[in-house]
Write a protein that binds this ligand. Sequence first.
Ligand SMILES: NC(=O)c1ccc[n+]([C@@H]2O[C@H](COP(=O)([O-])OP(=O)(O)OC[C@H]3O[C@@H](n4cnc5c(N)ncnc54)[C@H](OP(=O)(O)O)[C@@H]3O)[C@@H](O)[C@H]2O)c1
Length: 238
Amino acid sequence: MKKCIVIGATSGIGRELSRLYVSKGYMTGITGRRENLLRELGSENPASYKIKSFDISKPDTNFRNLEELSSELGGLDLIIINSGTGNGNDELKFEIEKDTVLTNVLGSTEIAGWAFNYFRKQGYGQIAIVTSIAGMRGGRFAPAYSASKAYLINYAEGLRQKAKKLKLNVSVTDIRPGFVDTAMAKSDNKFWVATPKKAAEQIYSALIRKKKIAYITRRWIIIAYILKLLPKWIFDKI
Ligand SMILES: NC(=O)c1ccc[n+]([C@@H]2O[C@H](COP(=O)([O-])OP(=O)(O)OC[C@H]3O[C@@H](n4cnc5c(N)ncnc54)[C@H](OP(=O)(O)O)[C@@H]3O)[C@@H](O)[C@H]2O)c1
């Protein structure tokens, strides 16, 4: 039986991904701070879920939690680093920026590093990091959010290069959602909004194919190209 961990499984994309992996026969480790929601999800199929509630923004605690969870699962084939936070921050309140950086940057780095070394030792494995289209350019609405996702995009690329150079059978996928209908999608100008279920299905399909980068939904690749090509002077006016 294959085993996976979904970091940030209490709601939205992570919850749907967990349900999907369980339906595909995976023993699935689910995490997040809201333990009641993990228990609720776990109760849908108690034999297929292992639960571990922890806050990824607390430095140096992720290693221990992941060691415990992976040994409860009896191994690990895939980890999806999906937890994320971010808020509009017009006044640049430091607490908001700090929370975003601690969660999206520090916490995710600790988890990705742990996973890479776990899979390096094991000889194979798969890492997926949920970044965002918002990480492709800077953003004035939530500067730390865009910057933290840019960091993760680069981090994923770095890990992918490292795996290749070391000739490891470890794949790293950068999952870049556009808008998905969850609590995180706070913009007033949303479009092409996917359901969490559809997002999960497309992520699953991208991971089966071990894609390097997956736009969710697929048509967000068009926006990605526009963002890449858009001259700075036009982008700054948007
Ligand atoms: N929805 C969109 O339009 C969109 C677009 C681009 C990218 N994304 C990315 O997709 C990912 C999933 O978000 P979502 O849209 O599904 O929103 P969501 O329903 O709010 O899910 C966010 C998940 O992250 C977890 N999380 C947040 N802070 C955490 C912390 N400190 N420690 C542990 N877990 C934490 C939450 O669990 P707890 O609160 O229980 O801890 C929850 O499970 C995020 O990385 C987000 O940036 C979403």
